[in-house]
Design a protein around this ligand. Structure first.
Ligand code: SAJ
Length: 408
């Protein structure tokens, strides 16, 4: 069975490396962080995801998964490093491929003839071709000539919170720079993927992944725009959506405090960057979703202005329900903006023990009980299961801004 080297042991690389290892493949997981490497080699994990700890422990205990800070020779190299964006002058965003480039260049001393190089990171169209270019340039620098390297883009589609189930049961797309590369990638993923695997070229696979997340972003923007319209017209947006969704061909998503995470709020920009004149709807959707936190801040400040001594409690900091991930979270952005407006702010986030750097010294992390006792203005930012027992009666005498429609 071919051996693997997986670069990047984050939310995608770690589950992928682990599942291959539990299927009997020898896997070297590579991460630039020595503490991540040490944590994984001791059979523990550095991120929170249901059942991931069990999978990683099994992979490490089997002897098939090892982590290191440097790559080593393997038959297949999988790139699973972040692809964030950089802000540009006109408010649009440009992709930052520096992690993909660095990871690609780092494997140059180790690749051998016929190896398969798979880009899993969500990437702008043309990145798999760039990976080939970077690797060839690095090989030339090293004076190495390696024949028959194969390249494919095989984007992941797993949803944080149910990654392990979706890793196995989601259909996959394998896009090759050549048909042989796509074929080989399919054979590899078929070792654990029980769903269908579709073959295409790399550019289509790249755009398919971006399209899926842009589709969701546009649909959430529709719901968020509806929530602003409803606020203006005095209509309950949750009731409105519930009723409209009784139409057999209508399926509106849920409004919220904004769109967070490192996928949906990022990936549409890769399309906008590549085709700015054409991607008008996608750009507007991004702007609608990015502006939603400002609307929530204004609502909370208006409620706080009704109190002589306002104390604001923010329920939830994660980017979505039942995860511990605070990166790109609109809830964190809103909490920071309220504190910056001079309001005393209590933050409740049952999934973390410490505040993120942007809130340290600005808000106080407290339990739900403390928040409910001390605050007179409460904004529910994340519909965590942990808040499920709260009812409208729990907020008697307080102002409630429920951005998720969780309190009934
Ligand atoms: N959100 C809403 N309203 C909704 C649904 C979501 O406001 O009705 C918000 C969430 O609260 C969150 C954000 O959108 O802030 C994104 O959450 P999500 O659950 O929609 O998506 P992610 O970012 O956790 O995962 C997405 C998934 N993509 C799609 O569903 C098309 C997942 O399948 C991808 O693998 C993942 O991006 C990725 O890695 O690209």
């Amino acid at each position: 069975m071919p051996s693997l080297c997986v670069l990047g042991l984050g939310y995608i690389g770690l589950p992928t490396a682990s599942i291959f290892a539990t299927k009997g493949r020898r896997v070297l997981g590579v991460d630039v962080s020595p503490s991540v490497v040490e944590t994984i080699n001791s059979g523990r994990i550095h991120i929170q995801e249901p059942d991931l700890d069990v999978l990683v422990r099994a992979a490490v205990q089997s002897g098939n998964l090892k982590a290191a800070t440097l790559p080593a020779p393997a038959d297949v190299f999988i790139l699973a490093v972040p692809t964030p964006f950089l802000a540009s002058a006109d408010g649009a965003r440009v992709p930052d491929l520096s992690f993909v480039e660095a990871a690609t260049r780092s494997i140059a001393p180790f690749v051998a003839a016929g190896n398969l190089i798979i880009l899993e990171s969500t990437s702008p169209v043309g990145t798999t071709e760039k990976v080939k270019g970077w690797l060839e340039a690095e090989l030339a620098k090293l004076g190495r000539k390696v024949d028959g390297l194969l390249y494919a883009h095989c984007p992941e589609r797993i949803l944080p919170g149910q990654m392990l189930k979706e890793l196995v049961s989601n259909d996959r797309i394998c896009g090759g720079l050549t048909p042989v590369a796509a074929d080989q990638a399919r054979d590899l993923y078929a070792s654990f993927c029980t769903a269908q695997i579709f073959l295409t070229d790399a550019r289509t696979a790249e755009l398919a992944k971006l399209t899926e997340n842009a589709f969701r972003d546009v649909n959430i923007a529709f719901a968020n725009e509806l929530s602003l319209i409803c606020d203006k017209l005095g209509v309950d947006v949750w009731e409105l959506i519930r009723l409209a969704n009784r139409h057999p061909r209508v399926k509106i998503l849920q409004p919220g405090p904004g769109v967070g995470g490192h996928c949906i709020a990022v990936d549409p920009w890769f399309i906008v960057d590549a085709a700015p004149a054409e991607a008008r709807l996608l750009r507007t959707a991004r702007e609608v979703n990015d502006s939603k936190p400002h609307h929530v801040v204004a609502q909370v400040r208006a409620a706080a202005a009704q109190h002589a001594h306002p104390v604001v409690a923010c329920l939830g900091l994660a980017f979505k329900a039942n995860v511990d991930d605070l990166r790109e979270s609109p809830a964190v952005e809103i909490t920071a903006a309220l504190a910056a407006a001079g309001l005393p702010v209590l933050a409740v986030e049952p999934h973390v023990r410490t505040l993120p750097p942007s809130l340290v010294g600005k808000a106080k992390l407290v339990s739900i009980e403390e928040a409910m006792a001390a605050a007179n203005v409460i904004v529910l930012l994340v519909d965590h299961r942990a808040f499920g027992s709260l009812t409208l009666a729990s907020f008697a005498g307080k102002a409630l801004i429920d951005t998720r429609g969780q309190i009934r």
